[in-house]
Design a protein around this ligand. Structure first.
Ligand SMILES: Cc1cc2nc3c(=O)[nH]c(=O)nc-3n(C[C@H](O)[C@H](O)[C@H](O)COP(=O)(O)OP(=O)(O)OC[C@H]3O[C@@H](n4cnc5c(N)ncnc54)[C@H](O)[C@@H]3O)c2cc1C
Length: 466
């Protein structure tokens, strides 16, 4: 029997329930239907390379662009397949398309089945005692842990692939003029093998000290698995199992491993949040925030996007993002807080910029995180807690290694003044070759004034809430 497997954010061969089911029936037609609106600009670079890796691994991949239902109906007829399988996706637009596709193909007599493969637990599986949705992370994660170990991942199966060529270039996913992605290649290896190499390196080495080291952008304690996870080159169930294996061999890793799995838990939390509140990318979860008096300042937004705010940690983060398609989590929190609170620019502008520049751009994680920082989201950081970008830099990049890497024009400054160059004596700036306003910007806002303005704006939210 011939089955079609529709790949989306599950670009892997192992632990792929749809693929395993199809392989057990007979010949497999692997298909990827490109839906441009599902990807930001940087993510398209990743997609190109990830599809290339998958096609090599499978021995071919039929690639098309268009509306999945139309494309799949055509392929079912052209290739004589009698079954279509896929692993579920959980974004509102994807759910709507898949629901329609399931009904239409089923009505046409095609066997259709979807599978869980991209989360530890289905978004409707973990419920509060009264059967509702969790809005606070800690009890959610406790409930996940109580639910028992997630299903064991599936091993790779042998495949009989037919009909598949890999015309990935035709999708035109790579930037050319200019090629702004030159910094990505040296840092990342998209694809299933790259994902496993990253996990193995992390578990054998970088995980030691993750609990506290994960806050240090100048260190290498985080896994950098996020784009691999977003594209499904590795599944959270596989990660879960590998973590358990490591801890069984090296019990001293348990504390760091628990913290790491809790971060995977945040991914679960964000996905169930988007599933239950599909307008999360458009609406404040806490509608009192609709009253916030946002500023309209395109100059400030551009300075933030380009890493020219005059606050070194913020600028370092925004430049890391532009050059590598990634930003460390601690710095994501600082730059997001700066945009929302110091510049009072709506979180949607930040979310959109991240969407286009992050390789791991993920509707659930990105939206939930931006609302978390804004204070309008679930289990959110309180609005009145405003990160001071200078003290954050002193605390989490104490020697200035991260700032020096991404803001090389400040590299010669002594560490004492590196985090706040505007406080440096004129002679020190001169000796380091720094001219504020010329080689590096003056701060675009004063921290104390910006903080006061942000808090005054928050009063409108409090009134709306009252
Ligand atoms: C404003 C803002 C926007 C963000 N946008 C995204 C996004 O578009 N895509 C994305 O994957 N993550 C996003 N995050 C969450 C987090 O910053 C990244 O997942 C993390 O930095 C990825 O690096 P890592 O893989 O080394 O993380 P690790 O610390 O090694 O964590 C392991 C995995 O856990 C998950 N994870 C970790 N932290 C979070 C979190 N706070 N929320 C949800 N999942 C998490 C990720 O899948 C990550 O790969 C955002 C955070 C902020 C503050």
């Amino acid at each position: 029997m011939r089955s079609l497997v529709l790949f989306r954010n599950d670009l892997r061969v192992a632990d792929n329930p749809a693929l395993t089911t199809a392989a057990a029936r007979g010949e497999v037609l692997p298909v990827f239907v490109y839906e441009p609106e599902a990807y930001g600009a940087a993510a398209k670079w990743w997609l190109h390379h990830s599809l290339t890796a998958l096609a090599q691994d499978l021995g071919g991949l039929l690639v098309r662009q268009g509306e999945p239902l139309e494309v799949i109906e055509g392929l079912v007829a052209d290739y004589g397949v009698d079954a279509v399988f896929w692993n579920r996706r959980y974004e509102p637009a994807g759910i709507a398309k898949d629901t329609e596709m399931k009904a239409a193909l089923g009505a046409a007599g095609v066997v259709v089945e979807s599978f869980p493969g991209n989360l530890l637990f289905e978004p409707w599986q973990i419920k509060t005692g009264s059967g509702g949705q969790f809005k606070v992370f800690s009890p959610f994660w406790r409930a996940c842990l109580k639910a028992g170990a997630p299903a064991a991942p599936l091993e790779r199966t042998s495949l009989a692939v037919f009909g598949a060529t890999a015309e990935i270039d035709a999708l035109d996913l790579l930037p050319t003029k200019p090629d702004w992605a030159t910094g990505f290649g040296p840092v990342w290896t998209p694809g299933e093998k790259g994902a496993w190499a990253r996990l193995e390196h992390f578990l054998s080495d970088d995980i030691k000290g993750y609990k506290t080291g994960r806050d240090r952008p100048d260190q290498t304690h985080v896994s950098r698995l996020s784009p691999h996870l977003h594209f499904g080159e590795i599944s959270p169930r596989q990660i879960w199992r590998e973590v358990q294996r490591q801890c069984a061999m090296y019990p001293s890793k348990q504390g760091d491993a628990d913290k790491f799995l809790a971060e995977i838990g945040w991914r679960e939390f964000s996905h169930q949040l988007l599933f239950h509140t599909p307008d999360l990318p458009e609406q404040n979860l806490n509608r009192a925030f609709d009253a916030y008096p946002w500023a309209d300042n395109p100059g400030h937004l551009t300075a933030w996007q380009k890493g020219k705010t005059g606050y070194p940690l913020v600028d370092a983060g925004m430049r890391e993002l532009w050059h590598t398609g990634y930003m460390h989590n601690r710095v994501r929190m600082v730059v997001a807080s700066f945009l929302i609170k110091h510049l009072r620019i709506h979180w949607k502008h930040g979310m959109n910029w991240f969407w286009d520049t992050l390789l791991d751009a993920d509707l659930a994680n990105n939206t939930a995180s931006w609302q978390w920082v804004a204070g309008s989201g679930a289990d959110a950081a309180p609005y009145f807690r405003i990160f001071n970008p200078t003290t954050q830099a002193q605390k989490f990049d104490p020697n200035g290694d991260y700032i020096r890497k991404w803001c090389p024009e400040l590299a010669a400054l002594p560490t004492k003044v590196l985090h706040a160059p505007w406080e440096a004596p004129a002679l020190v700036l001169l000796e380091a070759g720094v001219t504020l306003g010329a080689t590096y910007p003056h701060p675009i806002v004063d921290h104390k004034e910006a903080r006061a303005a942000a808090l005054a704006g928050y009063d409108t939210v409090k009134s709306a809430q009252a």
